[in-house]
Design a protein around this ligand. Structure first.
Ligand code: AMP
Ligand code: ZN
Length: 467
């Protein structure tokens, strides 16, 4: 089934076809974290969305090259390095490691390439030199280098591909040094920022003078290096459309003269309890905050994956409790299917796989995809309850679930390891039961319960379950 995705570039849902002439390899770049703090769950919504896109492409049979940069030099980082009197590497290293731990806890597949901006300074400088040589970038008196929107447009290029910009209101010659700015302050933006005393020892030599790169040029240089001058997919949160992604297009196309990216995908924002996340409102959560409250990474992932990526999603702690119980019900059903299937294997059941695949192919319609999973789970539970399911049916259902979960990535909770003393008690109870010593077997069952374990009877005998 052909995969369709909403392309911000064309403002329409389009069939996705890779640039690769063999239609096999796909290059995908997702703007990564700026490592100046722990990522919050809003950021995580975007990275889980990127993981969903990657997994869907892999599920569709493509070979994906997933690149996610680490922004480890930028205005906010430098400010904090200065405030905390530390070094750039020590400061960013801590948050980069925490980010990668959280990425794993959320069940995201590791990107194949994770380039750091500070390790691509020569590539960044080369790209800026190209832009200067092509006449679309210019050095300012202080040694910074700016991108000229006027000169770029003068070459017939379009600035404002992802959203409509009112360029006629722009006053020529205005410049913005900061990485983040609003549409209203549309102006030439910095590619290279000349060294100022506040930068401390965060600077590099360059043909333009000592300084450091702007944020936007980092992504152009790293994505082109990893995926080539034109590649398939570029992702990020919707706030990155302007100026970050618009500037990435201008820098890349300005330097290469080729189209930069075929499909631009943007994820909508996450609200918390109906409001914008902010520390002062007390609704600002990192993944660590949620784990400390007793939730798991897969529960957070599940919740972040319940809404369509282009719709604003309202995160609530109640929603997270709901995610916990939904997963528990799914785990129970899959546990029963596993008991019934035993060692039997079968081809995946199309009753789950087909509606699930169709939903995903329709611009990642995740609500319809989950509906297919829940209808299937209800049907399985019904048939399990009336004993009408054969081991081969259970095996086919499990084979389909495995494929579905290769996209959802919520897995099934790993069986809790049984401590040896608990296993010994269970064995003793089984022996007592066989010897018809019911008093002893009941006493052991109570003892196990006191230690939070129950013995369940299954078609294949008894099974220990942690309460
Ligand atoms: P940053 O580390 O600030 O560059 O952000 C990393 C990613 O998180 C970017 O793709 C942002 O667009 C995204 N992002 C930031 N805030 C939110 C939010 N509230 N909801 C969803 N994504 C967000
Ligand atoms: Zn970027």
């Amino acid at each position: 089934m052909a995969l369709k995705l909403f392309n911000t570039l064309t403002r329409s849902v389009q069939e996705f076809t890779p640039l690769d002439p063999r239609k096999q390899k796909v290059g995908m770049y997702c703007c990564g974290p700026t490592v100046y703090d722990y990522a919050h769950i809003g950021n995580w919504r975007t990275f889980v969305f990127a993981d969903l896109v990657r997994r869907t492409l892999e599920f569709s049979g493509y070979e994906v090259s997933h690149v996610m940069n680490i922004t480890d030099v930028e205005d906010k980082i430098i400010q904090r390095v200065r405030e905390q009197k530390t070094t750039l590497r020590e400061f960013t290293g801590k948050f980069e490691a925490a980010f990668l731990d959280d990425l794993k806890a959320l069940g995201c597949r590791a990107p194949h390439v994770k380039p750091r901006a500070t390790e691509h300074i020569p590539e960044i400088i080369a790209l800026i030199e190209k832009l200067v040589a092509r006449g679309v970038a210019y050095p300012a008196a202080d040694g910074s280098v700016y991108f000229s929107i006027e000169k770029y447009r003068g070459c017939g290029a379009c600035y404002g591909q992802l959203l409509k910009l009112n360029l006629d209101e722009m006053r020529s010659g205005e410049r913005v040094a900061s990485d983040e700015y609003e549409k209203e302050s549309l102006a030439d933006f910095a590619l290279w920022k000349a060294r100022v005393p506040g930068d401390g020892d965060v600077f590099w030599p360059s043909p333009f003078g000592e300084g450091r790169p702007g944020w936007h040029i980092e992504c152009s240089a790293m994505s082109i290096k990893a995926l080539g001058e034109t590649f398939d997919l570029h992702l990020g949160g919707e706030d990155l459309k302007f100026p970050h992604h618009e500037d990435e297009i201008a820098q890349s196309e300005g330097a290469t003269g080729k189209p930069f990216v075929k499909f631009w995908l943007h994820g909508a924002h996450l609200l918390v309890e109906g409001k914008k996340m902010s520390k002062s409102l007390g609704n600002f959560f990192t993944l660590r905050d949620l784990l400390a409250r007793g939730f798991t990474g897969r529960e957070v992932r599940y919740l972040l994956l319940t809404a369509h990526y282009r719709e604003t999603f309202n995160f609530t702690l109640d929603g997270l409790h709901g995610a916990k119980s939904a997963l528990l019900r799914l785990d129970e059903c899959i546990g029963k299917l596993r008991d019934l299937a035993g060692n039997v294997t079968a081809a995946p059941d199309a009753n789950l796989l087909e509606p699930f695949s169709a939903a995903l192919a329709d611009d990642l319609n995740i609500s319809a995809a989950w509906a297919a999973v829940f209808d299937w789970r209800n049907e399985m539970n019904r048939r399990l309850a009336e004993n009408s399911l054969h081991p081969a049916d259970a095996a086919a259902a499990l084979a389909a679930w495995e494929k579905v979960d290769s996209v959802l990535g919520v897995g099934v909770k790993a069986e809790t390891e049984i401590p040896p003393e608990i296993q010994a008690l269970a064995d003793e109870r089984a022996a007592a039961k066989q010897a018809k010593d019911f008093k002893r077997s009941d006493a052991i069952r109570d003892e196990l319960k006191a230690r939070s374990w129950v013995i369940e009877d299954t078609p294949k005998g008894t099974r220990l379950k942690k309460l």
